[in-house]
Design a protein around this ligand. Structure first.
Ligand SMILES: [Zn+2]
Length: 349
C-alpha cells in the first residue's frame, strides 16, 4: 500500500488505546528488520529518518527503500517520518521526497543545539504546519527541550533542564495546530540516559499525566525512549565492546505513558545495540569470516527481535488490518475542510 498519514496511524492508535513505535533507519537492513517485525506481529509502523540518516544514506536511496518496503508489505500501514527537522527547509525537502510526516523541532534553533524562545518555536512550527497540512502531511512539534545529543542534534544536558510546562504545551498546541506533540519529561537521546534505574523521581511522569489531562485528544510523543536492556549491553561487552553501565526508559514507564496519551514512541538506541552486539559476536567468535552477509544477517535478525518485542509491548501488534488507509490527498482535504481538526480539545486545570 502507499505510505500512509502518520495522523491517521495515531488517530487509530488513540481509538485503540495503544502506542506506535517509531524506529530510526539508515540502511536497507534496518528497514528490512522493521518490516519483518511488523509482518510477524501484524503491526502498523512509523519509520523515521533523522537528518544524519538522510545524509548518510542519501535521500533517494533511503526513500526508494521505504517505497520498496511499502510495496512488498501491502498489508502493513507505514508512515515515513522526518525525525527532528531543524528548519522549514528540512521539512519541505522531506515532503518533496514523499515523506508523509515531519517533525519540526523548533525547541532548538536551526543549529540543532541552542534552545529557542517559545515565540520562535511557535512561528516556525506554525509555518511548517500550514505548508504540510496543505499537502496532507502530518506534523509533530516539540515543546520543552530533550536531553542528550544524537546524530549531532540536541541541547545536551540531562533531560531535566527544560521540562515541558503544561500551560505552555496547551498554548503551543492551540497556536500551532500540530498533530502530535513531543514533550520533555526527563528522557534523553543516546545510550547514556540514566546512571541508575529511573523511577518516578527521575522521569517526570506526573508532568506527562498533567499535560494529557489538559490536552486529552493530543497525540503525545516520547523521545529518547529506548530501554537500553542489560542483555543487549552485555552482548556488546562480552565480545570486546566497552559500553559503560547505563539505564534507559523502563518499558513499564512507557506503558504508563501510553495509558496517558502517548501514541508515538521513538526507539533507536536499542536497535543500534542489538545490531552492534550481533556483529561483534560473529567477528569475535568467527574471526575467519569476511562476507558481510555473515554478520549483517544476524544483525538484522537481532534488530527484528527487539522491534517485534517493542511492537508487542506498545500494543500496536495485531492492529495492522484494523483500518483502510486514507489517501494523502484526502487527508489534505480533511485538513482544509476541518474534518481533521487541528484545534486541540483543552480541559480546564
Ligand atoms: Zn528525538
Amino acid at each position: 500500500m502507499p505510505l500512509v498519514s502518520m495522523r491517521q496511524l495515531l488517530d487509530e492508535a488513540a481509538k485503540g488505546g495503544y502506542g506506535v513505535g517509531a524506529f530510526n533507519v539508515n540502511d536497507m537492513e534496518q528497514i528490512q528488520a522493521i518490516m519483518m517485525a511488523a509482518k510477524e506481529t501484524k503491526s502498523p509502523v512509523i519509520v523515521q529518518a533523522s537528518r544524519g540518516a538522510r545524509q548518510f544514506a542519501e535521500d533517494l536511496y533511503l526513500f526508494r527503500l521505504i517505497q520498496a518496503a511499502a510495496e512488498l508489505n501491502p498489508d502493513i500501514p507505514i508512515a515515513m517520518h522526518q525525525d527532528h527537522g531543524n528548519s522549514f527547509e528540512t521539512c519541505k525537502s522531506a515532503i518533496a521526497l514523499g515523506y508523509t510526516s515531519v517533525m519540526m523541532d523548533g525547541s532548538l534553533k536551526e543549529d540543532g543545539k541552542t534552545p529557542s524562545s517559545f515565540e520562535e518555536n511557535v512561528d516556525v512550527t506554525r509555518r511548517v504546519v500550514d505548508y504540510a497540512h496543505e499537502r496532507g502531511v502530518t506534523v509533530e512539534g516539540e515543546i520543552g527541550v530533550l536531553g542528550g545529543v544524537e546524530d549531532g542534534h540536541g541541547a545536551g544536558g540531562s533531560g531535566l533542564d527544560h521540562i515541558t510546562d503544561p500551560d505552555q504545551a496547551v498554548e503551543f498546541a492551540e497556536r500551532t495546530g500540530v498533530d502530535a506533540l513531543a514533550i520533555a519529561i526527563g528522557t534523553s537521546h543516546g545510550a547514556y540516559k540514566f546512571t541508575k534505574k529511573p523511577d518516578g523521581s527521575v522521569l517526570k511522569m506526573d508532568v506527562l499525566i498533567a499535560i494529557h489531562k489538559r490536552l486529552p485528544n493530543t497525540h503525545l510523543v516520547m523521545h529518547g525512549s529506548s530501554s537500553v536492556p542489560k542483555d543487549l549491553q552485555d552482548i556488546v561487552n562480552q565480545y570486546g565492546g566497552k559500553l559503560k553501565e547505563t539505564w534507559g526508559v523502563p518499558v513499564e514507564e512507557i506503558q504508563l505513558g501510553i495509558r496517558n496519551g502517548v501514541r508515538k514512541i521513538n526507539v533507536d538506541t536499542d536497535n543500534r545495540l542489538a545490531i552492534t552486539g550481533a556483529i561483534r559476536k560473529v567477528l569475535w567468535t568467527q574471526p575467519e569470516k569476511f562476507d558481510p552477509r555473515d554478520y549483517m544477517k544476524p544483525a538484522r535478525e537481532a534488530m527484528k527481535k527487539v522491534v517485534a518485542a517493542r511492537m508487542t509491548e506498545f500494543g500496536q501488534a495485531g492492529h495492522a488490518g484494523d483500518y483502510k488507509p486514507i489517501a494523502i490527498t484526502d487527508i489534505a482535504k480533511g485538513y482544509a475542510d476541518g474534518s481533521l481538526t487541528t484545534q486541540p480539545l483543552v480541559a480546564a486545570k
